[in-house]
Design a protein around this ligand. Structure first.
Ligand SMILES: Cc1cc2nc3c(=O)[nH]c(=O)nc-3n(C[C@H](O)[C@H](O)[C@H](O)COP(=O)(O)OP(=O)(O)OC[C@H]3O[C@@H](n4cnc5c(N)ncnc54)[C@H](O)[C@@H]3O)c2cc1C
Length: 459
């Protein structure tokens, strides 16, 4: 039984943060009701993003609202604080958090004290100092980026359709994706499929007019589905006229020209950067131990190595893979581990509060499923290899079973069903990103690029 009031601080409202808080909320229901335990979740957005659905959101198969899970509703017994942890002083058991309010007040952040810390800020895109990348590159980790990219692709088709300048048209219809992991391959597969479909509504844009290029530095793509299925994916994408370039790197995208290491040059307005992730930089602002790659050093029980009352999991944590044959391997940064780790992590916090022995995290990677567009996919799960429609169906069935809450499952299923009956949405709502532009113009001002308000703060 918990004796004193325990304050649990969860940093991050993604896979690990949400599932940990959810399980703690269920397991500590009585203690929460009696005010013996307090759970605070600090996260910049009022929602958890189900990232495996981002490619389908970009293709318009799922609406953005259904790719995210509202944290306040799901975590009704927790305190959800919209903000960002900027530093953690674990020795003093405090975290500094900035919120929209602290920014307004100019106070530089508020200090939160805790007894147990769960540090799960995930990862950010791993970029390289490539000329032009910071100015022109587009990431693909958030729902805003996925919807922004969808709008951008349709807008390029509109530009190509209306210009008389062949150079502008060519650049608008050239789409370069860098990085052949999950995010890059699925995003490219879904968007190419969507653009190919949308082209039928343009009198002067044919699918053959578009260039879709996938640039990958190593000798294979989609390592998550194994070598054979990775080779199949290359063949399948090339069959669709997608230019897959292995052993190739992006060297520059300055002046809107993508220059590749094999000497090719593509004038383009679209460079999507999906070349891997690195642990969130906030970890460097903590006094907790990190490994050479910046992940928090963790034990197989998911506590931070050498520290008491600090826990971590997911992309931010280097958790030993106790199922691996070679010693020293870490669990890969993926949702499969993040969800399962969150469950063990929450249970271990409860064990620790109750003075019980801790559990060890052990999960052997089960394989993966990936969508390559409507009715196209690839899968390698528990030794079974699937291609084409069966793999795509498995992808949808798997993710439908995994997306959190019955509410979200029902909405996603309804959308897929309706999309089967009616045609795809091919509209771009890019102007949503600048809602004040028209009014500013009407009022005689110059339209700014300022969206007018921060949508993240409007939960
Ligand atoms: C496009 C895409 C497709 C993917 N598809 C798959 C797939 O099919 N299968 C699979 O297994 N994996 C997939 N992944 C990987 C998977 O989504 C991640 O491994 C998983 O989200 C990691 O969970 P996490 O909790 O560590 O991080 P996240 O889920 O990213 O959560 C981190 C949370 O912390 C918040 N945060 C960040 N900084 C701070 C701060 N300073 N203070 C407070 N909060 C902060 C973030 O806003 C976020 O809410 C995909 C990833 C992407 C981008």
């Amino acid at each position: 039984m918990v004796k004193e009031r325990a304050r649990i601080l969860v940093v991050g409202g993604g896979y690990v943060g949400m599932y940990t808080a959810l399980r703690l909320q269920r397991r500590l229901k009585r203690e929460l009701d009696r005010d013996e335990v307090e759970i605070t979740v600090v996260t910049p957005d009022p929602y958890m993003t189900y990232q495996p659905f981002l490619p389908e959101a970009a293709a318009g198969a799922i609406s953005p609202r259904h790719v995210v899970v509202p944290l306040r509703r799901v975590l009704a017994r927790c305190r959800v604080l919209i903000g960002e942890a900027t530093a953690v002083d674990h020795a003093k058991r405090t975290a500094t958090v900035t919120t929209l309010a602290t920014e307004e007040e100019g106070t530089g952040g508020q200090r939160l004290s805790y007894d147990e810390l769960v540090l799960a800020p995930g990862s950010v895109s791993r970029t390289l100092p490539i000329p032009g990348l910071a100015d022109h590159g587009i990431g693909f980790k958030t729902v805003e980026e996925a919807i922004g990219l969808r709008n951008h692709v349709i807008e390029q088709m509109d530009i190509a359709s209306s210009t008389r300048d062949p150079a502008i048209r060519d650049a608008a219809l050239t789409f370069v994706f860098v990085g052949g992991g999950f995010a890059g391959v699925e995003a490219l597969g879904e968007l190419e499929d969507m653009a190919r479909y949308a082209a039928r509504y343009y009198h002067n844009v044919q699918p053959e007019d578009m260039k879709w290029i996938l640039v990958e530095a190593s000798d294979r793509i989609l390592p998550e589905v194994g070598e054979e299925m990775g080779r199949y994916t290359v063949t399948e994408l090339r069959r669709r006229n997608i230019d897959v370039r292995l052993h190739t790197r992006l060297e520059s995208c300055a002046d809107r020209v993508a220059v590749l290491s094999d000497g090719a040059r593509f004038p383009t307005r679209t460079v999507v950067w999906t070349a891997g992730v690195k642990p969130h930089p906030v970890l460097a602002a903590s006094d907790l131990p990190r490994n050479g790659r910046g992940r928090l050093k963790c034990t197989p029980e998911l506590s931070v190595d050498g520290s008491t009352h600090a826990w971590a999991a997911g992309d931010a944590a280097a958790v030993p893979d106790v199922t691996a044959e070679e010693p020293g391997r870490e669990c890969a940064p993926n949702a499969q581990h993040a969800v399962r780790q969150a469950k063990v992590l929450a249970d271990n916090i409860v064990h620790s509060l109750r003075g019980e022995p801790l559990e060890t995290y052990a999960h052997a990677y089960a394989g993966s499923v990936a969508s390559l567009g409507l009715h196209k996919g690839v899968a390698h799960v528990y030794g079974r290899k699937l291609k084409g429609y069966p793999a795509w169906f498995m992808h949808r069935a798997y993710h439908l079973s995994r997306v959190p809450t019955v509410n979200r499952k029902a909405r996603v299923l309804a959308e897929w069903t309706l999309a089967g009956l009616f045609k795809r949405e091919i509209v771009s709502l890019g102007s949503l990103e600048h809602p004040r532009a028209e009014f500013e113009l009407a009022a005689g001002g110059k339209p700014s690029q300022d969206p007018g308000h921060n949508p993240k703060g409007s939960s």
